[in-house]
Design a protein around this ligand. Structure first.
Ligand SMILES: *[C@@H]1O[C@H](CO)[C@@H](O)[C@H](O)[C@H]1NC(C)=O
Length: 332
């Protein structure tokens, strides 16, 4: 009996299915092999995720992109959202939406909602530096499901968002060269699908540590065809985030992996991506240097031409991998 227990424990270990015990610590994790990973919710609290949990198709049928909520913030309503409903033009006319101003769209990740920390952090940064429309997408109906189920519904959530943006701009006016989509973790794949649904017209798409588990080799993952210029910022590559280049330009702050400065846990390094981005929207002070290859990026040894990381500049373009060092605390 004891032997059986020991043997099955060994088998479990070999299959990468041992349950990790320290919340937030993903040092056990091997991409493509490990069954369990700690993932942060919208407030950074780690939850244990079973990547082999079957997709709940019944859940997906009712909790999908049709439940997306679109919350508009502007300088006239910086903290109280106005809800815009796809297909109901009156919700635009009665809002502060201004077609002549840039449109920024923010999409949260797993186990989060429109109130999670990422949203006010990035929203406030955008509104501080420009008079713009900020739309926070709340897709909690699906995002609060099991990770594998939420991940499999991400393309649909993105397609609904893409259709909403097409409707908004066709109905109320606006300019795709003024549209910037920003998504964190699973939200990075949401905005990618939204951009593709809109024919790649959004001028900027930013993926903040695009979610890694179940996304490697996934054709619905973020890629360069989501917008005119697609940028990814990798902070927990190989664990909660994708490490491979996934946009036109890819930034690898501090090597792009855990631990980021001031973080000891993977969950902290993952969430660092949106704080770094928000800080660059305020001041655009973090300059990447072009890398010769991904090893240089990982070793933080890039010394080529410079490109500003992040920011809200709609004219920015770039290509390649970029490395840089940051501080441990705001503004990094
Ligand atoms: C925006 O980016 C473009 C292209 O890189 C650059 O020429 C311009 O100076 C930037 N604008 C601001 C306000 O930084």
């Amino acid at each position: 009996m004891k032997l059986v227990v020991v043997l099955s424990a060994l088998v479990a270990l070999c299959a990468g299915s041992a349950i990790p015990v320290v919340p937030g610590d993903n040092s056990h994790y091997v991409e493509g092999e490990s069954r369990y990973i700690w993932m942060p919710d919208g407030e950074g609290v780690p939850h244990l995720v079973d990547l082999q949990e079957p997709v709940d198709e019944d859940f997906l049928r009712t909790r999908n992109g049709a439940n997306n909520q679109y919350w508009l913030y502007t300088r006239r309503n910086p903290t109280n959202p106005q809800v815009i409903v796809n297909g109901n033009a009156n919700t635009i006319w009665s809002s502060n939406y201004a077609a002549s101003r840039p449109l920024k769209v923010i999409v949260h990740g797993w186990n989060s909602d429109g109130n999670s920390a990422i949203n006010p952090t990035i929203r406030d940064a955008f509104l501080a530096v420009s008079d713009c429309n900020v739309i926070v997408v709340d897709w909690r109906a699906l995002a609060n499901g099991l990770y594998a189920t939420a991940a499999s519904g991400v393309p649909g959530v993105g397609q609904h968002l893409g259709n909403f943006l097409v409707w908004l701009i066709n109905t109320a006016g606006g300019n795709w060269n003024n549209v910037h989509l920003v998504g964190f973790s699973l939200g990075a794949h949401v905005v990618a699908n939204a951009g593709r649904q809109a024919g790649g017209r959004p001028v900027r798409v930013t993926g903040l540590d695009p979610a890694g588990p179940l996304w490697s080799g996934n054709g619905n993952a973020i890629s360069g065809n989501a917008g005119t210029y697609v940028e990814c910022i990798h902070t927990d590559g190989g664990l909660l985030g994708i490490f491979n280049p996934s946009g036109n330009a890819d930034f690898y702050p501090n090597g792009g992996r855990n631990p980021q400065p001031g973080c000891s846990l993977s969950t902290c390094s993952h969430s660092r991506a949106y704080d770094l981005f928000a800080s660059t929207v305020h001041s655009s002070h973090l300059n990447g240097r072009l890398c010769g290859n991904i090893n240089q990026a990982q070793n933080n040894q890039c010394s080529g031409s410079t490109l500003q990381m992040g920011n809200g500049n709609l004219s920015k373009r770039g290509n390649g991998l970029y490395g840089l060092s940051t501080g441990a605390n705001w503004p990094f």
